[in-house]
Design a protein around this ligand. Sequence first.
Ligand code: SAH
Length: 212
Amino acid sequence: MVDYPDNAQAEHMVKTQIRSRGIHDAAVLNVMRKLPRHLFISGKSRDVAYGDYPISIGHGQTISQPYIVAYMTQALHLKGDEKVLEIGTGSGYQTAVLATLCKQVYTVEVIDVLLKNAERLLNAFGYTNIKYKHGDGSKGWPEHAPFDRIIVTAAAETIPVALKKQLSDNGILVIPVGDYKRYQDLLVVRKIGDSYQTEESIGCRFVPLMQG
Ligand code: SAH
């Protein structure tokens, strides 16, 4: 597992934005307390990397707000032995959180330059349990399915059928669904046998999931 030095800004972020709002999964809090979020952001925005909001990463995309990263990760209930599919690599920050808490991450990003930057950074940090794919993640990654967990970090109008199909039994899918121009509901979908149970959780706001 990759370890990082103590990070006062990240600790403050976890205390004031995440723990204070009820996120209690110790493993999630621990990784976010140390992970150097500023290194996933370039230019002037790096100065505000630990702020309580999403930040531009170029190409019309954003790194998610820290609280949202924590909330979605907690909703996945990771124990450490899971195979996780992530749609929307973006900066790679969420990818690093996942890679610390599960066995293997498969991440798909539609903008090649973002994928390459994230891959370079995560390799430099020393992660060896992440596989990267350039393409439309709404189709999932059938060659590696099924996945114990799937997380989508862009707003879908409806849940892509391919993603539901690629969940393993007792698998969990976390995905923002709704109008990308307004707010979305974060849905938590559980596959139980042949059926799916869907729960609405918090409201959120994501950039759109581009579908080909
Ligand atoms: N979780 C990341 C990125 C969030 S922004 C972070 O916090 O940094 C959403 C990302 O989803 C963007 O990088 C965008 O390019 C990507 N994306 C949008 N539609 C996609 C699709 N169909 N397949 C894969 N990635 C997609």
